[in-house]
Design a protein around this ligand. Structure first.
Ligand SMILES: Nc1ncnc2c1ncn2[C@@H]1O[C@H](COP(=O)(O)OP(=O)(O)OP(=O)(O)O)[C@@H](O)[C@H]1O
Length: 967
């Protein structure tokens, strides 16, 4: 299959795949529907060839989403149809007993997307009767051999025992070595599932097979009064069960007939013979219609479902015709007559389309041609089908004739109307040798493929193909859905007589011919190598006489002659030019001149040699396939360029259109956006003008009471001020800045400022540490005592009071005290111990010279003074560090007031005042301080400002302290 894919026909040796590939290529390239006609005798290999073709298509064709299923279904339809429609005959162990035309639908990419089957005249008679050495349809044996035990039990059948069923043993060969029924069952069962039958449908289909088998086993007997009755009860029970109808109703229908005359129904008993015939008719009718139902069901499964996406116009078709082949048996009946008539029609089509039309074409087109003689079988077709005169017409006439019409009268009628015809002869009409070869009840037709004697017995019945009304009524009530679908109540109402089997077959063949004529035909002529079903090329496998005979009657030699002398290809100028015009610059893209000139120009450009082609009146004839294939290859190569050109133009067009669309959209969006923006801007301006207007008016009226005209301005001013305040709030307590309020907000501003300060203060207070608080308290006290009173106070403000300075053990204090009136002034430098209760002084004596003091000895004075006894503290207003602690003098032990000097006079005095709770008893003197000396005496210290510190005792006994001035 791979070897044949995409290869030209002439490039490799002949093969069924080459032909399949050729038709597929033609379908793809020329988009013309194709049909492949398989012909040959029964057993020649048509069905096998058609399966190979199908296999080839399903293998090489590209796949679409659902084509996988379609492929499978196409392939699997074969085993199902073969099981129900094929049987073993003397000529072929798998002989098709029906005609089949299958359409395979391809989409434009060449993927199979669907299929449809037309079936023709099933050989129903086989259901009830088989010739010796033949079998019934395969499905019966397959079900019995392979069917699962529960299934068979349900159907009331016995496994692997065809002998028990009358309908299966008429030919006396229920088992054949070449056929594996058990395996066949598995294949069919699987195929039915793949095709899409559900379990119920399969069950009901098998019920039908069982119904036929049980019907065959129904036996009749006659009672003493001559009435027919059924002798096989169990079969009847199974039948009524499977058909889903009442047993008694079925029983009556099988043994009685219903006649409707003048609107009245009459029931009369059947004779034994009539009952047997009615039973067989019933079996044939049920099986025949179930077969048609099966084909319809297959068609539903194969149908192309994606109609919305692909219209059927987009698809192309390859048809496969595989009908029963030409048949000659010892005993030939109505069925062989129909089968052989069908083969005549196919041969006629072949003759018409090839030998006749081709040669006529050469002649009418004026191409020099030497006529090849051939046998035209139209005469035989006419003999069979001609209106009023043909065999079918005579048969129908006899069937419709009232009275004593029989198979024999039919034969006589034939003799009357067709006597003397070259292809028709009967025992009576023949003479000599031929007469002996024809039976009295036979007529002989000289077919294109040979002579066949047909026995007329049963012709009328088979052609009438009638099922008695009574049985039809029963089937209409059936509980089996397939049966009830096959036998519809409408049929009973229809008073018209149905077409006879032969006429119906003739009409369906006519339709088939129409279908085939509308397509490009390809032929597969199957040659049967021997009559013994033998394989191989040995002498016994290849019967030369038989083969020669077939080659002859198929008209192959004549056809070869026409082919050799003729042309491989012929087309109308228009079609040819249209297809290949792209290969010549002069004809591409359009030829303006006449068609013959155009074709001539094209052919010249293609370098066709004179012997390769001929130009007729309206057609071109190409002699060799090679020439055409070379041209096709060139077109294939050219298609790339054309495709690129088309793509370029299309893409350009598409992009331009897209660009224009976008551009238009952009302009629309722009205009809308600009409009929006413009409107927004205008609105803003209007709002701005309004604001400005309001603002100006408000400014003018700003000092008026609040009114609608100025409220906006005032609000704005307030808002602005508040925002300004918000932005410039003082960060610390020392920051005194505050925005200047507009006049209308002065009061509010002050309010806010106060709140802000308070807030800062509370914030500050919250954050303040205990030590610092104490420091500040002390500083506040210092400020209260000394603020603006003592010269050195301002310098002391930034200096922090050190907690340990006075509380420590040692304090650097100088004590000045006059201890006596002698010239030697003794100064004590007390070390003061200082605690919560008071302070204690311990003196060290100093010897005072005029300018310096020298430590002489440790004083023995120890004085303890409680804070509670402290009367007050005196300091000068100058910048010296002297201060006097006034102590009560009533106690004789007291040494008098303490005169002290300290570098940190502000700190020391403040702390002492706080400790002794004498804040209000600190006296700041301008010039001098009086202090008590022991024993009621009093001393004075005079303070003056000078250049540096000097302490001297003046003549008047005062202590004079000169303190440097603070610059
Ligand atoms: N190409 C083949 N190679 C080998 N065997 C073949 C080939 N073709 C056919 N046969 C054998 O011949 C038998 C009959 O073939 P097939 O059923 O295709 O014949 P047919 O022409 O369809 O007959 P009918 O007209 O009776 O249906 C096949 O079962 C097979 O055994």
């Amino acid at each position: 299959m791979e070897r044949h894919r995409g290869v030209n026909f002439y490039e490799i040796s002949p093969h069924i795949f080459a032909l399949a590939n050729n038709s597929y290529r033609a379908l793809r390239t020329e988009r013309r529907d194709q049909c492949i006609l398989l012909s040959g005798e029964s057993g020649a290999g048509k069905t096998e060839a058609s399966k190979k073709i199908l296999q080839y298509y399903t293998h090489i064709c590209p796949t679409r989403n659902n084509t996988h299923t379609i492929r499978e279904r196409l392939l699997q339809s074969n085993p199902v149809l073969e099981a129900f429609g094929n049987a073993k005959t003397l000529r072929n162990d798998n002989s098709s007993r029906f005609g089949k035309y299958m359409d395979i639908q391809f989409d434009y990419k060449g993927a199979p997307i669907g299929g449809h089957i037309l079936n023709y005249l099933l050989e129903k008679s086989r259901v009830a009767h088989q010739n010796h050495g033949e079998r019934n349809f395969h499905i019966f044996y397959q079900l019995l051999e392979g069917g699962e035990e529960p299934l068979l039990k349900r159907l009331g059948l016995e496994k692997t025992n065809p002998q028990h069923y009358h309908y299966l043993v008429k030919g006396k060969c229920p088992r054949v070595s070449s056929i594996n029924d058990k395996n066949g069952w598995k294949v069919v069962r699987n195929a039915l599932t793949i095709i899409g039958f559900n379990e119920d449908e399969i069950q009901e289909l098998m019920e039908i097979v069982a119904i036929v088998l049980h019907l065959g086993n129904i036996q009749f007997g006659e009672d003493e009064e001559g009435e027919t009755h059924i002798t096989t009860g169990p079969q009847l029970q199974y039948l009524s069960q499977l058909l889903g109808v009442d047993g008694s109703v079925l029983k009556e229908a099988l043994t009685h007939k219903k006649i409707v005359a003048k609107g009245e129904e009459m029931i009369s008993p059947l004779s034994l013979e009539q009952a047997l015939s009615a039973r067989d008719s019933l079996a044939k009718a049920i099986y025949g219609r179930a077969f048609t139902w099966l084909v319809q069901k297959l068609n539903q499964s194969l149908a192309f479902k994606d109609e919305v996406y692909y219209s059927s116009k987009c698809s192309s078709i390859i048809g496969l015709l595989d009908v029963y082949g030409f048949e000659v048996f010892q005993h030939n009946s109505f069925e062989q007559f129909c089968i052989n008539y069908c083969n005549e029609k196919l041969q006629q089509l072949f003759v018409e389309l090839t030998l006749k039309s081709e040669q006529e074409d050469y002649e009418t087109e004026g191409v020099g041609w030497e006529r090849v003689e051939y046998f035209n079988n139209k005469i035989i077709c006419d003999l069979v089908e001609e209106k009023h005169k043909g065999i079918i017409a005579v048969l129908d006439e006899e069937c419709l004739r009232r009275g004593d019409a029989s198979d024999i009268t039919f034969l006589e009628k034939l003799e009357d109307s067709l006597g003397g015809h070259a292809h028709f002869v009967t025992h009576k009409m023949a003479n000599g040798k031929i007469r002996k070869a024809i039976g009295r009840e036979e007529f002989r037709l000289v077919h294109y493929a040979g002579e066949v004697n047909y026995n007329v017995s049963g012709f009328l019945d088979k052609n009438n193909d009638l099922l008695c009304r009574h049985l039809k009524e029963v089937l209409c009530q059936s509980g089996n859905h397939i049966v009830s679908q096959c036998f519809h109540a409408d049929e009973l109402m229809d008073q018209r007589r149905p077409e006879t089997a032969a006429t119906e077959f003739k009409l369906s063949l006519a339709k088939l011919m129409e279908i085939l004529m509308s397509k490009e035909p390809l032929y597969v002529r199957c040659i049967k190598p021997n009559d013994a079903k033998q394989p191989g090329k040995s002498i016994c496998g290849f019967d030369e006489v038989l083969v020669r005979h077939q080659v002859k009657y198929l008209g192959l030699m004549e056809y070869l002659r026409v082919r050799r002398a003729g042309f491989a290809y012929r087309r109308n100028f228009e079609v040819f030019l249209e297809r290949y015009k792209s290969l010549c610059p002069d004809t591409w893209p359009n030829w303006r001149g006449t068609l013959p000139e155009g074709v001539a120009t094209l052919v010249k450009h293609l370098n066709y040699k004179p012997e390769e082609y001929k130009l007729g009146r309206s057609k071109i004839f190409i002699r060799f396939p090679r020439t055409l294939f070379v041209t096709e290859d060139a077109l294939e190569a050219k298609k790339q360029t054309i495709a690129v050109t088309l793509q370029t133009s299309w893409r350009g067009y598409r992009e331009r259109a897209k660009y224009h669309r976008i551009r238009h959209a952009v302009i629309v969006i722009q205009s809308w956006w600009r409009g929006v923006k413009g409107r927004r801007k205008a609105m803003h301006r209007r709002q701005a003008a309004d604001t400005i207007r309001k603002f100006i008016k408000g400014f003018i009226l700003r000092n008026e009471p609040r009114c609608p005209d100025n409220e906006y301005f005032l609000d704005h001013v307030r808002f602005s001020f508040l925002m300004k305040v918000k932005r410039n709030l003082p960060k610390s307590l020392l920051d005194k800045s505050w925005p200047r309020p507009p006049p209308s907000l002065t009061e509010a501003s002050e309010h806010l400022h106060r709140m802000c300060i308070r807030n800062l203060v509370s914030d500050y207070c919250r954050r303040i540490q205990p030590e610092w608080k104490k420091q500040l308290e002390q500083k506040v006290v210092a400020s209260a005592i000394f603020g603006g009173q003592k010269d050195c106070y301002p310098q002391s403000v930034p200096k922090l009071f050190v907690a340990t300075r006075l509380e420590a053990e040692e304090i650097n204090l100088k004590v000045l005290q006059t201890l006596g009136n002698d010239n030697k002034v003794k100064y004590g430098v007390p070390v003061i111990k200082y605690d919560r209760h008071g302070f204690r002084a311990r003196m060290r004596q100093l010897l005072l010279t005029t300018s310096s003091a020298v430590l002489v000895q440790e004083a023995k004075i120890k004085q303890r003074i409680d804070y509670g006894t402290l009367l007050g503290i005196s300091v000068s207003s100058l910048s010296d560090g002297f201060f006097v602690l006034h102590i009560p003098t009533t106690d004789s032990k007291q040494k008098g007031d303490l005169v002290l000097q300290c570098d940190y006079v502000i700190e020391a005095v403040t702390k002492l005042a706080i400790m002794a709770d004498k804040i209000h008893n600190v006296n700041i003197s301008q010039d001098s301080i009086r202090f008590a000396i022991a024993r009621g005496k009093e001393g004075v210290i005079d303070f003056t400002s000078g250049s540096d510190l000097r302490v001297v005792k003046t003549k008047n006994g005062h202590l004079s302290v000169t303190t440097p001035r603070i610059s």
